[in-house]
Design a protein around this ligand. Structure first.
Ligand code: MTE
Ligand code: MO
Length: 315
């Protein structure tokens, strides 16, 4: 793989490096400091140097971008790619509010500037018992949360997807037939889950910006939890004191809970979670059936977060 380091060149546009506007000595120092920093801080940390990435065979790009769950556009797996084709994700703003010292609203470009971009290859296990291996690009959520300085009352983090029925046809009244969800789609994490370095906000897949159907421009990815936790197209992040009720929990509380940790021993009331169909090539039905792993194989990193918690009660 090619190593891209476009940011390792000094940034001549940045006022701190502007040799003309300020004292020559200061600026020369800044310039050299910039050079030294850029030598150790590449613009993108590649998966090969990242301890959290898996080396399993990747799912094909076609399947990742054409077998989707995104009810704001369609109930079918192939629907989101078609119906989100003309969605314009930019410009985009995301607000961080609630139990924070410094509420902020940032444009998408600013979010990228303030965070370290990384490539992370994660398994994604849907509650429907299929799975993929996806090379995400994004950054650790904790970096963004820290900018707003959560207070000691911030025990949970609530996320919201854009609500805009004009642009998201699945949100229109009656659009999904007899089926309906409460919009906007809401998800939540405990604060320690949100601050865990495995938890990222993804902005790309396969070295490209995130396709609309995958939640452009910005979506959560929590690899040890069922896919529905990984909420797409986020506009609001609210730090709260009480455990939020997420969309699927509110729709069917006996089937979907707050935690939604991948767990082969706790079955869905209507199907087993012991195994999964791993989708690798372009056949959506899955290339092989494999055993589902506890915490989707991320137990060594996250099991300690749940010590003492009854996982069959807190599903
Ligand atoms: N806003 C929103 N986020 C969502 C969903 C959705 O319908 N709406 N579906 C979830 C489910 S069930 C899964 S499995 C993943 C799928 O992500 P992918 O299509 O990028 O693979 O997105 C999750 N995030
Ligand atoms: Mo899912």
């Amino acid at each position: 793989m090619l190593i891209k380091n476009s940011k390792s060149r000094p940034n001549y546009d940045h006022p701190e490096n502007d040799v003309i506007s300020e004292g020559l000595y200061q600026n020369r120092r800044q310039f050299l400091k910039g050079l030294a920093l850029s030598a150790v801080a590449p613009s993108l940390v590649r998966a090969e140097t990242d301890p959290f990435s898996t080396v399993e065979k990747l799912t094909s790009e076609y399947s990742v971008t054409h077998y989707n769950n995104f009810y704001e556009f369609s109930l079918s797996k192939e629907g989101p790619a078609k119906l989100a084709k003309d969605f314009q994700p930019l410009p985009w703003q995301v607000a961080i509010e609630g139990e924070v010292e410094k509420p902020i609203t940032l444009g998408f470009e600013d979010v990228l500037k303030k965070t370290q971009q990384r490539e992370r290859i994660y398994r994604l296990r849907c509650v429907e018992a299929w799975s993929m291996v996806i090379p995400w690009r994004g950054f650790e959520l904790r970096e963004l949360l820290s900018l707003a300085r959560p207070t000691s009352k911030a025990k949970f983090v609530q996320f919201e997807t854009l609500y805009d029925p004009e642009r998201m046809p699945g949100q229109r009244r009656g659009a999904l037939g007899f089926f309906s969800l409460d919009w906007p789609y809401v998800e939540g994490l405990r604060i320690d889950e949100a601050m865990h370095p495995l938890t990222i906000l993804a902005t790309g897949v396969f070295d490209k910006s995130l396709p609309n159907q995958n939640g452009a421009p910005l979506r959560l990815v929590v690899p040890w939890k069922y896919g529905f936790k990984s909420i797409k197209s986020i506009v609001k992040i609210k730090l709260v004191e009480k455990m939020p009720v997420n969309t699927w929990q509110q729709s069917a509380p006996s089937e979907y809970g707050f935690y939604a940790n991948v767990n082969p021993k706790v079955n869905h009331p209507r199907w087993s979670q012991a195994q999964e169909r791993r989708i690798i090539d372009e056949s959506f039905f899955g290339t092989k059936r494999i055993e589902t792993e506890m915490f989707n194989g991320y137990g060594e990193h996250v099991a300690e977060l749940y010590r003492g918690l009854d996982l069959s009660r807190w599903y």
